[in-house]
Write a protein that binds this ligand. Sequence first.
Ligand SMILES: NC(=O)c1ccc[n+]([C@@H]2O[C@H](COP(=O)([O-])OP(=O)(O)OC[C@H]3O[C@@H](n4cnc5c(N)ncnc54)[C@H](O)[C@@H]3O)[C@@H](O)[C@H]2O)c1
Length: 255
Amino acid sequence: MTRDQRVVLVTGAGGGIGGAVARRLSRAGIRPLLTDLSEPALARVAAECGAAPSRTADLRTAAACRELIAWAVAQHGRLDGLVNAAGVWREGPTADTSEQDFDAVFDVNIKGLYFTSAAAVPHLAEREGFIVNLASDAGIQGNTGAAAYCASKGAVALFTRALALELAPKGVRVNAVCPGDVASPMLDFQARTYGGGDPAGYFARLLAGYPQGPGRARFIQPDEVAAFIEFLTRPEAAPITGALLSIDFGYSAGK
Ligand SMILES: NC(=O)c1ccc[n+]([C@@H]2O[C@H](COP(=O)([O-])OP(=O)(O)OC[C@H]3O[C@@H](n4cnc5c(N)ncnc54)[C@H](O)[C@@H]3O)[C@@H](O)[C@H]2O)c1
């Protein structure tokens, strides 16, 4: 490692988007530090990133988030960036939402993201670093049948904006990317769990909502999101902070 190589922690690094981000950052000369709930997925991505340091963590408690950041800083003595890509999906009518599902969505999508970011702030301030949060199109518009998920992602969106203002005087940038449907294990989970035994039909219903129309609509690839996030780490992205950046084929542009 050279002295000026930047160090970026990626949560959800065993997942579709987090894994793609880790690989992109690694190729761009950044040293990724990886974490996920899933050990096998994490080990696979760590190997793909040249044996990047990795650590499993369940980010549903503030204590786990703080321990993770302490571990991250101990790896190379610095932390230049944080990409919060851990997340879970639940859907179903609001009247039927269990407390367990509500807590699952809120504990990972916003509580874990909040406390991981909070613990990272002093270290990022030393480096004039950055945070990129995975929000969603569901964080800036309603998705029918996914109210808890939408509420958690809406919280991510406004947390991003508030933290960007708070940290601007320290030179730390905070942005959120808001993807539409990304071809990832999460999307497969959605179709498998909520597709009524017809995953292909579930996918088709999602794609029917895209402005491209039949034949042209497709899911976003994880690396298309990762490429954009990699851009946000660059010096050229200095003016971009407090932004909710859509990557969704125009899905959230209107109707
Ligand atoms: N896939 C999509 O269509 C899509 C669209 C918009 C936003 N997003 C968001 O992007 C992020 C990444 O999604 P993805 O598509 O890569 O999903 P994914 O399921 O492939 O990856 C998410 C990762 O988060 C990890 N995770 C779950 N619970 C955790 C916990 N308690 N502690 C630590 N890690 C935990 C999982 O193990 C998984 O590897 C999520 O925040 C998701 O909500 C996804």
